[in-house]
Design a protein. Structure first.
Length: 336
């Protein structure tokens, strides 16, 4: 481990120029005292590390000195696929590998290109999770990721909306969608919520990793399906889930404020509804057509718009929202 750290320290000085001991300690996640010892070790091995004194001082390499010890390890090379999402790499246990790989790549670039790469990193940043939502705890993600990599079967205890189940899975891939990790896997054997065994057809299914309650890697390796394409499977899964999500349409009469709010509250569907809204009446209210999910979900969503929206159709949704609003008013009135 110390040899890897010494190389990282050397590459930091080569790529970034003068750096202070505290800056190096923060990058390497060690103490400042450890940095002092590592600099002494590099100097003793013949690396020309110079120490500049004063407020603007720090460590730097002798002008013109460059190392070519930039070969990537297998783990570092594998981590590069996650170079644009360092947070995801860290969750998978690849954060240190990715940091080392980036340093080595910068060192291997011709003069000038490395500086350009650093400017891009300073000016552009990808933050995958959505706003106003804490990251889901995924305590079993590292074990699941290792099983995906090593083609190891898993026995999992999983929480579905219908109840908890047990599965023996062949994990085929992991997907990070909107800050949420999903496992794509084939269920080899499945025990339902009632304890009865179920037989899977072999079609890959999607499991939310945060709902894995317990996981146990099984011995041996499984064979991945020939021609399996994770991106294609995920695209088809997304299309199918999107098609299943909306089960009807609601016609609403909304205030100007709610009309502006629709894209933020309902995403692309709300944006389309707002863009296709009818002409505003004299009071500023307008009619919109909004895709909705199941009746209970639609009621909860539309109640969130308060008195600034009125359901016009379908009749069963209007009646359900009216009943929920009446019950809500009665509950609050009872507390007076």
């Amino acid at each position: 481990m110390r040899a890897d750290r010494l190389l990282s320290l050397l590459l930091l000085l080569q790529n970034r120029g003068r750096m202070t001991a505290p800056e190096l300690a923060a990058e390497l996640e060690v103490s400042v005292r450890t940095v002092y010892r590592d600099v002494e070790a590099l100097s003793a091995s013949g690396v020309p590390v110079l120490a500049d004194r004063g407020p603007a001082g720090g460590y730097r390499l002798l002008d013109g000195y460059r190392t070519r010890l930039t070969g990537l390890t297998e783990d570092e090379a594998g981590s590069l696929a996650l170079a644009t999402v360092p947070g995801a790499a860290a969750e998978l246990g690849l954060g240190a590998d990715l940091a080392a790989a980036r340093l080595k790549l910068e060192a291997a670039l011709p003069t000038g290109m490395g500086e350009r790469a650093r400017r891009v990193a300073e000016r552009f940043h990808l933050d995958a999770p959505g706003w106003f939502r804490d990251a889901e705890p995924v305590p079993h993600l590292a074990v699941v990721a290792d099983a995906v990599w090593r083609q190891r079967a898993l026995r999992v205890h999983y929480r579905r909306w219908k109840g908890e189940v047990h599965r023996e899975l062949h994990p085929l891939g992991l997907v990070l969608k909107g800050g949420i990790w999903y496992l794509v896997a084939r269920a080899v054997t499945a025990e339902g919520a009632d304890g009865a065994d179920e037989v899977d057809t072999g079609t890959p299914r999607t499991y939310r990793v945060s709902r894995v309650l317990a996981v146990e890697p099984l011995p041996g390796r499984f064979e991945r399906p020939a021609g399996f394409d994770l991106a294609a499977v995920w695209t088809e899964t997304s299309r199918r889930l999107e098609g299943m999500r909306y089960q009807g349409e609601a016609r609403l009469r909304v205030s100007p404020g709610v009309l502006r709010l629709l894209p933020a509250k309902f995403g692309a569907a709300g944006a389309r509804a707002a863009a296709e809204a009818g002409a505003a009446a004299a009071d500023g209210w307008a009619e919109v057509t909004l895709p909705v999910e199941s009746l209970p979900v639609a009621v909860c969503d539309l109640l969130g718009l308060g008195a600034e929206a009125e359901v016009l159709a379908p009749p069963e949704l209007r009646a359900a929202v009216a009943a929920a609003a009446t019950a809500l008013a009665a509950r609050y009135a009872a507390g007076d």
